[in-house]
Design a protein around this ligand. Structure first.
Ligand code: GLN
Length: 391
């Protein structure tokens, strides 16, 4: 039998998505893959019903339906302060996952180097390898997950073509400060590198944090490929609606990649999602309040279980320290946790370049009763782990 591509030897299947299958197999509360167990806004459900009846049911324009791009440009201009043009600056993609892949394939040639902060969302390394690029890692050091500017400068000095920035950050919950972003901007400019951002949690951050759109920093629009999606903001992860926003020259190149990868995102869902993009500003304030309540509730359950963690400032993940259980294999520990305690999380090692294996990532994009159920199950963790010897 012929062999499959050698590229695929350099990364594994997604551990995040595998943990969802593990959770389902054991009936565990699934706090691994980050997606809500509550409904999207009612107006959006009604719009989806209408689109199911009235269409469109055939392909939209490959880089996005005109009315979806117009609504998206209005909304993103309003929040970022940038004059985003629906015809020149946007490619609509199948989730931010595709936007990131398109961004990488648009800017990278085989052999190019791409800076990735560690810990990182696991897709970035696969994206880099699939586009022929080589990741260079720069550590984000706990407790505030700050980077060392000198280390970042050395990484750029290796000839990096691009840097990947996830802000607010998955999995750490870090929200980069304006000063940190300005430091990245200065180094990117000095090296004439692109910055590819993943801003899917742009509306999920906790007071007093503010989201700084990297592309809106002085001079940055020309070198930034902003990836984001509707998944997290409107609780529609399964709709797979994402977008890439960049300068016209970059967008012309990105359209080609996107066209041959997927042709386009689902036309009836783009039609329905115009309703979401037109929601008033108060929607976003309410979303933040809802998530602040979830975060505080879940951190309270972790406190009750006596577990320590880094308090997230943004996104909906928390990294919990499991070092007291002395399990050297966090993948085995996460599976044991799902099977025996009934709560599924993601082993921290899948996010780090460094050999880190004492952290489990939980997400809290769940109804309060789901979080309470998980919290109650976690109360039994210490007792169930006592006396165990790990493989
Ligand atoms: N971003 C989500 C997470 O980190 C999952 C996204 C996905 O699986 N596509 O859990």
């Amino acid at each position: 039998m012929p062999r499959t591509s050698l590229r695929l030897n350099h990364f594994t299947e997604s551990v995040i998505r595998r943990m969802t299958r593990v959770a389902n197999a054991h009936g565990a509360v699934n706090l691994s893959q980050g997606f809500p167990d509550f409904d999207p806004p009612e107006a959006l459900l009604q719009a989806a019903e209408k689109a199911a009846r009235q269409g469109p049911h055939q392909y939209a324009v490959t880089w996005g339906a005109a009315n979806f791009r117009a609504a998206l440009a209005r909304k993103q201009s309003r929040f970022s302060g940038l004059p985003i043009d629906p015809d020149e600056h946007i490619v609509v993609t199948c989730g931010s996952t595709e936007a990131m892949m398109v961004a990488m394939m648009t800017v990278c040639d085989p052999g190019d180097k791409v800076i990735v902060f560690s810990p990182f969302y696991e897709n970035y390394v696969a994206d880099a390898i699939l586009s022929g690029a080589e990741p260079i890692y720069v550590a984000l050091r706990p407790p505030d997950f700050a980077f060392d500017p000198a280390e970042l400068k050395r990484a750029f000095a290796q000839g990096a073509k691009a840097l990947i920035l996830c802000n607010p950050s998955n999995p750490s919950g870090k929200v980069f400060t304006r000063e940190e972003l300005l430091c990245i901007a200065e180094l990117a400019e000095a090296s004439d590198a692109f910055v590819i951002t993943d801003e899917v949690y742009e509306h999920i951050l906790y007071a007093p944090g503010e989201h700084v759109h990297f592309a809106a920093l002085p001079g940055m629009f020309q070198r930034t490929l902003t990836c984001s999606s509707l998944s997290k903001t409107y609780s529609i992860t399964g709709w797979r609606l994402g977008h890439l926003i960049a300068a016209p020259e970059v967008i012309l190149a990105a359209r080609k990649v996107h066209d041959f990868l997927t042709v386009g995102a689902a036309a009836p869902l783009q039609e329905a999602a115009v309703t979401a993009l037109e929601l008033p500003d108060c929607y976003y304030g309410e979303l933040q309040a809802v998530y602040a309540e979830k975060r505080d509730a879940f951190l309270g359950f972790l406190d009750a279980a006596g577990l320590s963690y880094t308090r997230p400032d943004g996104a909906y993940y928390v990294m919990v320290d499991m070092s007291e259980f002395h399990c050297a294999d966090d993948v085995a520990f996460a599976e044991w946790l799902a099977r025996t305690v009934g709560v599924a999380g993601v082993p921290g090692s899948s996010f780090f370049r460094e050999p880190v294996n004492h952290l489990i990532r939980f997400h809290f994009a769940k109804r309060l009763e789901t979080l309470r159920d998980a919290g109650e199950r976690l109360l039994s963790l210490r007792e169930k782990a006592s006396g165990l010897t790990w493989p």
